[in-house]
Design a protein around this ligand. Structure first.
Ligand SMILES: [Zn+2]
Length: 148
């Protein structure tokens, strides 16, 4: 790391403080003796979601959570359980070291989780997500409940 004051290559680290995703280093130039701070951070790949129409969007955790929260409205589902569902979705990315998954896959993971947590929330999420435009789709979702 070059000294920002005199351009000297020889700088030494006085101390480094790791925090969760970042390391802060205090450095001192070996020539002009001035001190400066550098940060080292993990660079995460951008996660993307492929929609049904083939378009790509950045993965938006808040949006996913909002969708789940609207499905569990007034249902006995805890914030911890919602976090668990989001974790399960994120695992889909990490387990295969993938940076892109389809919106269909996300919906399936959420439904799989909700099915065991709360059946009303499951039906609500499925009806929005699968866009039940026909009775058959609705009956299908209900019969999925019977299987578990
Ligand atoms: Zn210097």
């Amino acid at each position: 790391m070059k000294c920002p004051f005199c351009g000297e290559d020889d700088t030494r680290v006085l101390d480094s403080r790791p925090s969760e995703m970042k390391i802060r280093r205090r450095r001192e130039c070996g020539k002009c003796l001035k001190r400066f701070t550098t940060y080292e951070a993990v660079e995460l790949p951008m996660l993307t979601v492929e929609k049904k129409d083939g378009s790509i969007q950045p993965f938006n955790k808040e949006k996913l959570m909002a969708g789940i929260f609207s499905a569990i409205k007034k249902r006995p589902v805890t914030a911890g359980q919602v976090q668990g569902i989001v974790d399960a979705v994120e695992e889909r990315f990490t387990e295969g070291l993938r940076t892109s998954i389809t919106s269909t896959e996300i919906g399936n993971v959420v439904m799989e989780q909700l099915k065991d947590i709360d059946q009303v929330a499951y039906i609500r999420f499925a009806s929005v997500y699968q866009d039940f435009s026909d009775v058959a789709g609705f009956i299908n979702a209900i019969s999925e409940l019977g299987k578990s």
